[in-house]
Design a protein around this ligand. Structure first.
Ligand SMILES: Nc1ncnc2c1ncn2[C@@H]1O[C@H](COP(=O)(O)OP(=O)(O)OP(=O)(O)O)[C@@H](O)[C@H]1O
Ligand SMILES: [Mg+2]
Length: 294
């Protein structure tokens, strides 16, 4: 673990002297970015900004509730819906993430990785479940991996949800979103969507997410994205997020690919940190949570 952290630190130091857009001009995706989003079509932002918190809760209650089985959650390594020693790393991640996002007035975080199977969906869900245990935080987890959607399967959702139809503007969000508890909404796909790159790069999807945010007023939106190097779906969508969390897979992701991925992300948005997932060997003195290199 320490070797990986040291190698990444060295790579960052080496490139900090280069003319990185993010090194010179840290991306500040705060009010400017939000203004730019709103400017796309101000008339289409549906709700007044002073929506009362009670109204928000009532609105969220209109989304059909789900109650995933413990067995299915367990099978997919989803453990953060209940406080336990196993949930601690996700709770630490949640707290650090919330702190940083609130500090910067950010609301949207994308979860990505250099290549496939690093644990993006599992991390997105565990983070969302951990957030759902904070009663004052209302979160949305949206699936943007249109090629290999896995959110629905991971929680055993059998309903015919196809969030891609909402992103295309073909159907209302209520038809394809589900609610876990009182403060977590999920937008998932049962099957891959047609023309995923076109869908994510189009103005329509960005506009739909703007409207969802304006309408439902989530405190945080987590976007489970495809791997960075599997295509341009994730890169194309980075303009729509405030920050990103990079998942590296222990023993598979190389320092070079994590570094390259981090550079590409840092040129376009704010990188919150790198999570080393599937780590079998912790240094003996490492405590839970230390591996999240914010
Ligand atoms: N910390 C972990 N320990 C062991 N197995 C894990 C861990 N995290 C994820 N996995 C397993 O690795 C596989 C891939 O996980 P997941 O689907 O979350 O990755 P992903 O990055 O979303 O994949 P994709 O690129 O296909 O979207 C799953 O079988 C998952 O259960
Ligand atoms: Mg996934």
């Amino acid at each position: 673990m320490e070797r990986i952290q040291a190698a990444l630190k060295k790579a960052r130091e080496t490139r900090s002297g280069l003319d990185q857009p993010n090194a010179k001009h840290p991306v500040s995706a705060t009010d400017d970015m939000r203004d730019a989003r709103a400017a796309r079509d101000p008339d289409a932002l549906l709700l007044s900004p002073d929506m009362a918190l009670g109204d928000r809760e009532e609105l969220w209650k209109t989304i059909p509730a789900i109650n995933p089985s413990e067995k299915v959650l367990d099978r997919h390594r989803l453990i953060a819906h209940m406080a336990s020693p196993a949930s601690v790393p996700y709770d630490v991640m949640r707290t650090k993430l919330l702190h940083k996002m609130r500090q910067n007035k950010w609301t949207r975080v994308a979860i990505t990785s250099p290549s496939a199977r690093a644990g993006k969906t599992m991390t997105s869900l565990n983070l969302a479940f951990s957030l759902s245990r904070q009663s004052d935080v209302f979160s949305m987890l949206l699936e943007l991996d249109m090629r290999q959607p896995a959110l629905a399967r991971s929680i055993g959702l059998k309903d015919a949800c196809q969030f891609s139809r909402v992103l295309r503007g073909e159907e209302e969000p209520e038809a394809h979103m589900r609610r876990y508890g009182r403060n977590l909404l999920l937008g998932a796909n049962q099957t891959p969507a047609r023309n995923p790159a076109e869908l994510l790069q189009g103005a329509r999807a960005a506009h739909v997410i703007d409207n969802l945010e304006a309408n439902y007023r989530p405190d945080i939106i987590i976007l489970d994205t495809p791997p960075m190097f599997a295509g341009d779906d994730t890169i194309a969508f980075l303009d729509q997020v405030d920050c990103v969390l990079l998942i590296a897979e222990a023993e598979r992701s190389t320092i070079e690919e994590v570094d390259k991925c981090e550079q590409e992300l840092a040129a376009r948005t704010n990188v919150l940190g790198v999570v080393l997932n599937k780590c079998r060997y912790l240094d003996r003195h490492e405590e839970y949570g230390k591996e999240y290199g914010y």
